[in-house]
Design a binder for this molecule. Structure first.
Ligand SMILES: NC(=O)c1ccc[n+]([C@@H]2O[C@H](COP(=O)([O-])OP(=O)(O)OC[C@H]3O[C@@H](n4cnc5c(N)ncnc54)[C@H](OP(=O)(O)O)[C@@H]3O)[C@@H](O)[C@H]2O)c1
Length: 254
């Protein structure tokens, strides 16, 4: 029996990378899914593929920086599937990598809106829907960047992702008494389009791999497995955490 049998889940950033793998894995474990990202074609292909394999998924194309996208995803989950149990709020962007003084105010806002304000929008609509079901699990994809390693050129990204850790602690405290859990997932370098864009030369890739005790990037599936853990009842006593799934970046000195 799947770990998410009978659960209804939203996965954002489902058109690529970690979100795409998490959507496949959640579906394999029995979840009914609402898939969110901007690229409609990729989402529709994934939803069709999940349905072909006997699962259930609906694509909702939208920009997570827009509060309407958060509202619509919850409405679709409620209308089509009957509620919401799990939200993997995973969509994100690094933005342009620039020295801080060269970063325009618009660039700053774009990254903060996509990575952090989106989390507020998501939680604002997801929490009431979970309360109506008697509880749920919120997961937000943060990162090791700015947490255990300060990467030059990633000020807005690191600040936005650190903000998610504060957010989950407050949600966990505020809604723990009503059986809602909230956790941040902190992947290490992961082999996705985003991960490859950051490590875009052989030298940069070797440098990033070398930061990890395991001396390699994660596969998206490895990160999705940790999202599955946080989504499922296997983590029923885990809330308010910043879960490092970083291949040992945080303890590597060599
Ligand atoms: N790869 C890494 O090394 C790494 C490490 C630590 C943390 N992370 C985090 O992991 C998460 C997933 O990243 P990934 O590595 O899987 O990258 P990815 O393959 O580039 O996927 C990013 C996803 O986010 C979606 N997205 C971006 N901006 C969006 C917006 N404004 N509205 C809706 N969806 C949006 C993209 O979909 P559309 O383009 O279709 O909108 C895509 O589905 C991100 O939050 C990232 O910060 C990644």
């Amino acid at each position: 029996m799947g770990q998410l049998e009978g659960k209804i889940a939203i996965v954002t950033g489902a058109s690529s990378g970690i979100g795409l793998e998490a959507a496949r894995l959640f579906a394999e474990h029995g979840a009914k899914l609402v898939l969110v990202a901007r690229r409609r074609t990729e989402l529709e292909e994934l939803a069709n593929d999940i349905r072909r394999k006997g699962g259930d998924a609906i694509a909702v194309a939208g920009n997570v920086a827009d509060v309407e996208a958060a509202r619509e995803a919850v409405q679709v989950a409620t209308r089509h599937f009957g509620g919401l149990d799990v939200a993997f709020n995973n969509a994100g962007t690094t933005g342009a990598q620039l020295p801080l003084p060269d970063m325009s105010v618009d660039m700053w806002h774009d990254v903060i809106d996509t990575n952090l304000t989106s989390a507020f929008h998501a939680a604002k609509h997801q929490i009431p829907a979970m309360l109506a079901r008697g509880g749920g699990s919120l997961i937000f994809t943060s990162t090791f960047v700015g947490h255990t390693v300060g990467f030059p050129g990633m000020a807005a990204y690191a600040a936005s992702k650190a903000g998610l850790i504060g957010l989950v602690r407050v949600i966990a405290a505020e809604y723990g008494p009503r059986s809602i859990r909230a956790n941040a997932l902190l992947p290490g370098g992961t082999d996705t389009p985003m991960g490859r864009a950051v490590s875009n030369t052989p030298e940069a890739l070797a440098f990033v791999q070398g930061l990890h005790a395991l001396k390699r990037l994660a596969t998206p599936r490895e990160i999705a497995q940790s999202a599955l853990y946080l989504a499922s009842d296997a983590s029923s006593f885990t809330t308010g955490t910043a879960l490092l799934v970083d291949g040992g970046v945080s303890i590597t000195q060599t």
